[in-house]
Design a protein around this ligand. Structure first.
Ligand code: PMP
Length: 445
């Protein structure tokens, strides 16, 4: 690190942005100039080790050469051809690839769009059209996006909804399987996944007619809500219930998909085959692309009923095809599994040593630690969490908040041990320092 961020150049840019850009939530003082692999350089010459991966977008690191080359070639060949009315030879190729990698032993069809919430909005429409039912179910803590459709499903912060009523009607939220903080104060496995059974026994039997529910939206691992990994039994129970009532299960793989967990999609870890899968973020290594992939029997057979201008854009599609090919060619599912085990081993060691690290969660390289006042009380500690994240940033390590008091640690799926060693060295140093400061200030830990 050359200067403490924000350096003078960064400050100038941040001031301009503040003046001319609509209010955002840019909470970290990093202004990037360029990125390569696991590293990002800012406009003042600081170099950061990136364990944020652009919020699970840069799954192959920054500017992966195979993707850059494919996008460059496509830029010189054909940039746009209106997929709403005409065809080009890219989007169908990608849809065919997705048919292969998305779980389910049946033919799948795809609507492309540009960002995660577009894929979620598409899933809302596909489920509504094909079932003819008006309601949806989602989970407490869920994040599905901020468009007016997806927002009705999102339930991770009141700030996202405040001032935006009326919202899409008919969405019911139920507790997720957050075992570290069980909403029912039970313990797994003796609870026998009561939180899943509750939906059938209490909600769909006494409150909401199941025959009116089009879809249940579920993040296989809850992302923005805190990187919460449910028990396999929970997912299986949820699937049993959705099948029983003909409710379409939508797996929101926007954050957890595209090799992040060591499989193409996180839902595969739970042996569940959903009806609809929403994909975005990592699919095109940073170019804006999303996909809603579903069992062909739910196709909206009404030409023109659903489409967007940039859907299946040739350049983003070329980037996506190159991303998928690179994951296969470089065996990155295996690497994410191996590196994920190595990273989580280090996270568990840190948890064992420090009172303020309450929980470690994750699969593959979708990992997080939860920061608490102390292990016994499990009291959430957002301030301490923020201090650790900001302290790491000043030392050149980018990690990211999630949930009220957790930290995402999500390097690219082609990372190596040396990256993890360096990141965990900085992270541990910071946890140690912040814990000592807490102890000195209030004597609690
Ligand atoms: N679903 C999930 C699980 C997400 O994590 C996100 C973004 N963080 C979205 C949907 C929305 O994606 P986007 O911001 O691209 O609209």
């Amino acid at each position: 690190m050359k200067v403490e961020p924000p350096g003078p150049e960064a400050q100038k840019i941040m001031d301009r942005d503040k003046r001319f850009m609509a209010t955002t939530n840019k909470v970290m003082p990093v202004v990037a100039k360029r990125g390569k692999g696991m590293y990002v350089e800012d406009v003042d010459g600081n170099v950061y080790l990136d364990f944020q991966s652009g919020i699970a977008v840069n799954n192959l690191g920054h500017c992966p050469p195979t993707v850059v080359k494919a996008a460059q070639q496509q830029l010189e060949t054909l940039i746009h051809f209106p997929g709403i009315l005409l065809s080009q030879n890219m989007e169908g190729r990608l849809a065919e690839e997705l048919n292969e990698i998305v779980p389910g032993n049946f033919t799948k069809k795809t609507y492309f769009s540009c960002t995660g919430c577009n894929a979620i909005d598409t899933a809302i429409k596909v489920a509504r059209w094909s079932t003819g039912r008006p309601r949806n179910i989602a989970f407490h803590g869920a994040f599905h996006g901020k468009s007016i459709g997806a927002l009705a499903l999102t339930a991770s912060r009141t700030n996202y909804r405040k001032g935006f009523m009326p919202e899409m009607p008919g969405v019911l939220h139920v507790p997720y399987a957050y075992c570290y903080r069980c909403p029912y104060k039970m313990e797994y496995p003796s609870c026998d996944v009561y939180c899943a059974k509750f939906i059938d026994e209490e909600i769909l039997s006494k409150f909401i007619p199941p025959e009116e529910v089009a879809a249940l939206f579920v993040e296989p691992i809850q992302g923005e809500g805190g990187y919460i990994v449910p028990p396999k039994q929970w997912h299986k129970e949820i699937r049993k219930m959705t099948e029983k009532y003909g409710i379409l299960e939508v797996a929101d793989e926007v954050q957890s998909g595209i090799a992040r967990t060591g499989k193409w999609f996180a839902i595969e870890h739970f042996d569940v085959v959903p009806d609809i899968v929403c994909i975005a973020k990592g699919i095109a290594s940073g170019l804006p692309m999303s996909a809603c992939v579903f069992n062909e029997k739910y196709d909206i057979k009404q030409p023109g009923a659903h489409a967007t201008t940039f859907a299946g854009n040739p350049v983003t599609t070329a980037a996506a095809l190159a991303t998928l090919k690179t994951i296969k060619d470089e065996k990155l599912l295996d690497n994410a599994t191996k590196m994920g085990e190595y990273l989580m081993k280090r996270e568990y060691e840190i948890k064992d040593k420090y009172e303020i690290v309450g929980d470690v969660r994750g699969i593959g390289l979708m990992t997080a630690v939860e920061i608490v006042k102390d292990k016994k009380s499990k009291k959430m500690d957002m301030d301490t969490r923020n201090k650790i994240v900001n302290g790491c940033l000043k030392k050149g390590l980018l990690i990211l908040f999630c949930g009220p008091s957790s930290i995402r640690i999500i390097p690219a799926v082609n990372c190596h041990k040396e990256h993890i060693d360096k990141a965990m060295e900085i992270f541990e140093e910071e946890v140690k320092k912040v814990q000592a400061e807490c102890k000195a200030a209030c004597g609690t830990v």
